[in-house]
Structure formats: structure tokens, C-alpha cells
Ligand binder design. Sequence first.
Ligand SMILES: CC(C)(COP(=O)(O)OP(=O)(O)OC[C@H]1O[C@@H](n2cnc3c(N)ncnc32)[C@H](O)[C@@H]1OP(=O)(O)O)[C@@H](O)C(=O)NCCC(=O)NCCS
Length: 164
Amino acid sequence: MSAVEIRPVHGAEYEALGEIVVNAYLHDGFLTGPDDPYAEFLRDVGSRVVGAEILVAADSERVMGGVTLVPPGSPLAQLAGPSEAEVRALAVAPAGRGRGLGAALASACVERARELDAKRVVLCSQTTMAAAHRVYRRLGFERAPQLDWEPVPDVLLWGFALDL
Ligand SMILES: CC(C)(COP(=O)(O)OP(=O)(O)OC[C@H]1O[C@@H](n2cnc3c(N)ncnc32)[C@H](O)[C@@H]1OP(=O)(O)O)[C@@H](O)C(=O)NCCC(=O)NCCS
């Protein structure tokens, strides 16, 4: 396998990336099924790229994962205030996991947020997303309970934040 790089998604990759993200969430039981209402957002890379920067982890043959960095002021923000960036839809295909790709994608978001002059990076995550929590904490994110929220009844999302 050739070297993996972290780079902006190409137009020809939108569909493949959308499937990778939905399948990554499904694989770990983080969606109720392919028709879960949140799957539509995760799959629709073409719409997401309008209000956000989408990065992929890819080698010369295939995309293995991706992440969405919502810049300050974007309507795609769920939690971020005016001078904050937000990380959304981090996912790596099961076959590519455990090699640091998730960490590299999240770290690239933090770097990009710094370049955009964001004061803080925020995100929310299901309480059972243990691998993601490990990635975020290793980068310095801390739990931010004031950002916790329930998108639908009985689904609690934990907030995390990193001051820049
Ligand atoms: C979260 C995710 C992107 C991580 O991808 P990855 O490429 O495997 O990430 P990395 O290799 O950088 O690191 C994974 C870390 O999680 C740890 N990990 C994996 N499974 C774990 C588990 N069940 N419990 C705790 N830690 C776990 C690994 O040990 C590793 O940490 P370490 O290097 O300190 O040992 C991937 O698991 C995924 O796509 N999950 C489903 C979608 C999701 O949860 N997204 C988060 C949205 S907020």
C-alpha cells in the first residue's frame, strides 16, 4: 500500500466518502440503520462541502476515512460559537483503523482551525464512541458538559472542546 495522506476531498470522491462514513457509523452501532435520519447528513458530502472543509485520509488507490471541519460562522455548526470551529463526521473504514488515521484527520482539523484563527475547537460525540474519545483526548480535547445535548430524545451527545 502506498503512503497515506490527509488532504481535501476530491469531487469524484464524494459518493465513496459518504458511504465510508455511513458504514463506519453503522459498523459500530452508532446509527439505527442505513435510513437513520443522521445518515442522510453523513452521506451527503456534496452538500456538506459547501459550508465546510472536508478532509480525507487516502492512499493512491482509495479513500479510507474523512472528517468535516466546520469553520467559524458556518451554518453547519451545531455547537460552535462565532469564533469557534467544529469537528463533525470523523470516520475511518473498519479495515483502516488502528493505524493513526483517525488521529491524523482530527489533528489536521485542529491545525486548520488555528489557521482560520478560531479560538476554540468544539465537537459532540455519542457517549459510547470510545475510540473517538481516545483520539480527541490525546489531542488535548477535554469534556465540556455545558455543550452536551440530545438531538433526539434519549440520545445524549457529549461535548468536547480544545482551546487554541
Ligand atoms: C473513531 C475512529 C475514526 C478512529 O479511527 P482510527 O483510524 O482507528 O483512529 P486511530 O488509529 O488514530 O486511534 C484509535 C484509538 O482508539 C483506540 N480504540 C479503538 N477501539 C477502542 C475502544 N473500543 N475503546 C477504547 N479505545 C479504542 C485505539 O486503541 C487507538 O488509541 P491508542 O492509539 O491510544 O491506542 C474510528 O474508530 C471510527 O470511524 N469510528 C466510528 C465513527 C465514530 O465513532 N466517529 C466519531 C464521531 S464524533
